[in-house]
Design a protein around this ligand. Structure first.
Ligand code: DHB
Length: 317
C-alpha cells in the first residue's frame, strides 16, 4: 500500500495528499488552521473571509443530520487581514500549500480583499467563493451569470497583475444549460481551478417529534452537505470536467466520508478532493483515515497514482 501515491498538483502547487478541507470546515481560527497543518491534509484552505471580522449567525447554526449536515453559519471569520497575516506563520510551521477563500459581501469588498491578499507571497492561491450572499434581492453571484462575468473581469485584472493563481468555488448547478453558460464564462478567464460544489442552498430539515426546525437562523433554512449532496456534487465535477477539464482543474467537494467517495470524485475528473461535513463530524483525523481507505481501494484496483484513473469514468453505450 505504500507504493500507492495519492499526491496531487493544484494551480502549480504540489500536495502530498489530494485530500484537504473545504472552506468553512475547521479553518476559522489560528488553532484550527494549525490542526490542519499537523493533520494529513494535503493543503490548508482558510474560511471564506470578509472585509470585517464577523461573529456569524446565532446558534444553533450547524446540525449533524442522519446523512450529512445543515448549516447557516453566516460567515463567521476573523477578517481578510488575519488570513493574510497568518500565511507566513503557517509556512514556517508546515510544508504544504496555503490557499485563502474569499467571500466579500460586495463587489467592491471582493476587490479590496483580493488586491491585498494577491500581494502576499506566502498565500499560494485564492479560492473566490461565488456562492456568497451579495446584494439583497439578487441571487448569489454564481447563479447570476452577468454578475459572475463582471466580478471575474475585475478580479482577474488584479490576480493577473500580481501573478496570484485564482480558483472559483461554485454552487451546484442542476441544468445542462446552466453548466454550459457558466463554463463559457469561466473559460474566458485565467482561472486555474474550479471547486464543485458548495452546499445545496436553502434546504429545510424538520424534526417531526419536536415539530421544529433544527437550526436557528433563517427560519431553519440552510446549506446541506454530506451524503445528501454527493450525487449532485459528482454530476457537477463530471460536467465541468467535460466542459473545462482540458484547461482548468476540477476540485471535487461534496459527500466525501470514505476513501471510496474520494475515488468516485477523482474518477469523475477531480484533481483533488475537499472534505467538509466529515471533517466537522470526525475532526482532522479524518484525513489519515480517508487517505488509508483511498490507498487500499487503489491498491485493490491496481492503481499506483490518481492520474491512473482520474476522469476515466465509464458510461454505457
Ligand atoms: C457560509 C456558508 C457557505 O456555504 C459559504 O459558501 C460561505 C459562508 C456561512 O454561512 O458561513
Amino acid at each position: 500500500m505504500d507504493m500507492v501515491d495519492i499526491s496531487a498538483s493544484i494551480a502549480g502547487q504540489k500536495l502530498q495528499s489530494c485530500l484537504f478541507n473545504a472552506a468553512g470546515a475547521h479553518c476559522v481560527t489560528r488553532g484550527e488552521l494549525f490542526d490542519l497543518g499537523k493533520s494529513r491534509a494535503g493543503l490548508i484552505l482558510s474560511k471564506s473571509c470578509t472585509l470585517e471580522p464577523r461573529k456569524g449567525n446565532p446558534e444553533p447554526r450547524y446540525k449533524d443530520l442522519p446523512y450529512g449536515s445543515i448549516n447557516s453559519m453566516g460567515l463567521p471569520n476573523q477578517g481578510y487581514l488575519f488570513y493574510g497575516k497568518i500565511a507566513k506563520e503557517l509556512k514556517q510551521h508546515f510544508s504544504k500549500p496555503y490557499f485563502v477563500s474569499v467571500s466579500g459581501l460586495s463587489f467592491e469588498d471582493n476587490l479590496t480583499i483580493i488586491e491585498h491578499l494577491s500581494q502576499i507571497k506566502e498565500i499560494d492561491a485564492l479560492e473566490l467563493n461565488l456562492s456568497c450572499p451579495n446584494i439583497p434581492g439578487k441571487p448569489q453571484v454564481g447563479y447570476d451569470f452577468e454578475q459572475t462575468e463582471k466580478l471575474l473581469d475585475a478580479v482577474c485584472k488584479i490576480t493577473e497583475m500580481r501573478k496570484k493563481p485564482l480558483g472559483l468555488k461554485l454552487p451546484p448547478y442542476f441544468d445542462f444549460v446552466h453548466f454550459e453558460q457558466m463554463a463559457e464564462i469561466i473559460q474566458r478567464y485565467p482561472v486555474k481551478f474550479v471547486t464543485c460544489v458548495n452546499s445545496i442552498g436553502n434546504a429545510l430539515f424538520i424534526d417531526p417529534e419536536e415539530e421544529q426546525v433544527v437550526i436557528k437562523p433563517k427560519g431553519g433554512f440552510g446549506g446541506i452537505g454530506g451524503y445528501y449532496v454527493k450525487p449532485t456534487a459528482l454530476a457537477n465535477v463530471r460536467k465541468f470536467y467535460e466542459l473545462l477539464g482540458n484547461r482548468i482543474q476540477i476540485i471535487g467537494c461534496g459527500g466525501v466520508k470514505t476513501g471510496i467517495d474520494a475515488f468516485e470524485h477523482i474518477l469523475a475528473g477531480a484533481s483533488a478532493v475537499q472534505i467538509a461535513t466529515a471533517l466537522v463530524q470526525e475532526g482532522p483525523g479524518c484525513f489519515a483515515r480517508i487517505e488509508e481507505e483511498l490507498k487500499e481501494f487503489m491498491e485493490r484496483k491496481g492503481y499506483e497514482k490518481i492520474e491512473d484513473f482520474r476522469g476515466r469514468l465509464k458510461v454505457m453505450d
